[in-house]
Structure formats: C-alpha cells, structure tokens
Design a protein around this ligand. Structure first.
Ligand code: UDP
Ligand code: MG
Length: 321
C-alpha cells in the first residue's frame, strides 16, 4: 500500500473547488476501502496566486475535510511551475503523487489504474487522452499538430499526454535534480527514463468556469516545449542560409551571363522582392537565436520557480516530513 498525494494546481478556481474536493476525496476513500492506498493519503491544492476566493475556499476545505491540504504561492507562476511546487513538496510526505487539473477534466477513475500499474512496477504512469470531445476543434487540432512537430524536432514526448500523470517518489526525486527554469514537464519527465506506461484518459468538459489557459499562456508553453528540448530551429537557420547562398550563386551566374550576351533586364520588382525576402529571413533568424539567448539569460539567473507563502497540511503529514 502506498501513501498517495494528489497535486492539483488552481488559478481562480472558486467555482470548481467544492465539487472537485468532494469527487477527489470520495475517490481517495474508495481506494482506501479497496486497500490500495493508505488512509493518510491526501489532496494538495496549489493556489497559483488566484485573484478570487480560491485560497479561502481551500483553507475552509482543509478544516472540514481530512483529505484536503493546501499550498499558497506568493504570486501567479503558471500551471507548470505550480505543479512543480506541489510535486516537490509532496515528495517529502507521500510515496507517490498524481497531478491532475482542479477542473477534473481528466478521468479521475484512471488514477486507480495508475496505482495498479505502479504496483506492477512502473515509476511513471502517463494519462493519455483517448477522446478529446471536450476540447474545441481548434484546441484539439493545434495540440495534435504540436505534438507531431515536437516529435519531428527531436523532443521525446508522449503523444496526447498533458500533465495528468502518476509519479513515484523515486521519480519525483529524480525530477528534483533538473534545475530547469523554463519548465516543460511533458518533455523532461519522459527523458528521465524510468519504467513507465500509459493509461487511457477520457476527457470531459470543464465542471464550471472558463479555461485559465489564455492563448498567451498556451503559446508560451508551446514555445518552451520546442526551444527547451530542441536546437533544430537554429540548425534550420543554417540550412536556410545555405539554400539562400545557392540561390545567390545562381543569380550571380545569371547576371554574368546577361552581361556577356549584353542583354539584361531592368529588374526593379525582383530586386525589391529578394531584398525584402532576405531581410525577413535574416530578421527571423536573429529572432530565433534571440529566443535561445533569452532562455540562457533566464536559466543563468537561477531565480526560484515559485515562492511558497504558506502551507496547510494535516498533522500526520507534518510529522512525516
Ligand atoms: N492553472 C494554474 N495557473 C495558471 C493557469 C492555470 O495553476 O496560470 C491551472 C488551472 O487552475 C487548472 C489547470 O492549471 O487547474 C489547467 O488549466 P485549464 O483547465 O484552465 O486549462 P485547459 O484545460 O483549458 O487547457
Ligand atoms: Mg481544464
């Protein structure tokens, strides 16, 4: 039997917390009754600098519900860092953890299979979305393309897996060794190489409220995924440069040829086009290199990923530290 911690990040989730806590604690209770997890297993809600009543609800639930624990981050650090804060804390209190979004769009029942797979020897179990009915067409399509591109660029990720996953303490301790600032957990965790497997995750619609992943946050995550795991984009610039060099050489031959036969056309339009084209390629290339340099800059500063303002644990969890 393992002591399980469920880590759930919350950003302005006042509408879903009550239901979420009820469903998760009922579920923990059922696993305890089946003898799969210990009775002191718990849920850790990580409040990611919410502006609404999220933290006061978590504090109240902590008093009323023996499973609910809470962690209050000093400011909004984003989904990935909030999960990391939760995982790095529970590894001192539990044998394993499952990360799941507070809106419980993922299939809560899949957690039982995750625990079973762990009993069979897996350190990491990924929830893989088998149905994305609940996602909009746009989100579904862009996400699936994104996973494919990421794969082509050489980053090892699990297709259709977001951050619904089980990790043993051993895996969490290994994750703690990665001092990354630009966090993209879906890229780092498969890289660690523990015994792992997947379980099916049927996605349902959000319980209440709106998506907290704004387009900006999603693009930033997508950018992190690519630039933190692959330098192919920079390599691509070199190939583009070589290709342009070949075109330039052909142009040179053409101009010489025209001179020799004394017949050259006044090519204002083509000149302007190539000028802008080359300008665009150079600017884009500098931009791509800039992105990587920006990453080196944030990595070099070594700022903390998150600041914990306060933590609410139950007595037996405190002593287990
Ligand atoms: N979230 C967070 N910090 C943020 C944005 C989101 O902790 O800055 C949490 C949010 O509360 C939720 C999870 O991350 O539990 C996933 O967000 P959401 O469900 O809004 O994203 P979607 O499912 O629409 O991709
Ligand atoms: Mg969601």
């Amino acid at each position: 039997m393992i002591k399980l911690a469920i880590v759930s990040p919350c950003y302005n989730e006042e509408l879903v917390l009550e239901d979420s806590a009820k469903r998760l604690s009922d579920f923990l209770q059922s696993l305890i009754s089946k003898g799969k997890i210990t009775p002191d297993s718990f849920i850790l809600y990580v409040n990611d600098g919410s502006k609404d009543a999220t933290w006061s609800i978590i504090s109240r639930l902590h008093k009323e519900n023996r499973f609910v624990c809470g962690m209050n981050l000093a400011h909004n650090v984003g989904h990935q860092n909030a999960i990391m804060a939760g995982m790095m804390t529970v590894r001192h209190h539990a044998d394993a953890c499952v990360t799941i979004d507070a809106d419980l769009q993922d299939d809560v029942n899949a957690i039982e299979q995750m625990v079973d797979r762990h009993t069979e020897g897996c350190d990491i179990v990924y929830g893989v979305k088998v149905s994305r009915e609940a996602d909009s067409w746009m989100k579904k399509t862009t996400a699936q393309w994104y996973y494919k591109i990421l794969d082509k660029l050489g980053a090892k990720t699990i297709y259709n897996h977001a951050d619904f996953r089980f990790m043993s303490r051993r895996a969490l301790n290994a994750l703690a060794e990665y001092p990354e600032r630009n966090l993209y957990l879906r890229g780092i965790i498969p890289m660690m190489g523990f015994e792992s497997t997947t379980v099916d995750d049927v996605l349902s619609p959000r319980m209440a409220g709106e998506s907290k992943y704004t387009l900006r946050k999603m693009l930033r995550l997508a950018g992190d995924g690519i630039t933190s795991f692959s330098t192919r984009l920079i390599e691509l610039i070199i190939y583009t440069g070589l290709f342009m060099l070949i075109i330039a050489f052909c142009m040179f031959l053409y101009v010489i040829g025209s001179l020799v036969i004394n017949h050259y056309t006044a090519g204002w339009a083509s000149l302007m086009m190539s000028l802008w084209f080359i300008g665009a390629v150079i600017t884009l290339s500098i931009g791509i290199v800039g992105i990587y340099i920006g990453k080196i800059y944030t990595e070099a500063k070594h700022r903390p990923l998150y600041i914990i303002e306060s933590t609410l644990m139950h007595a037996d969890d405190e002593t287990n530290k």
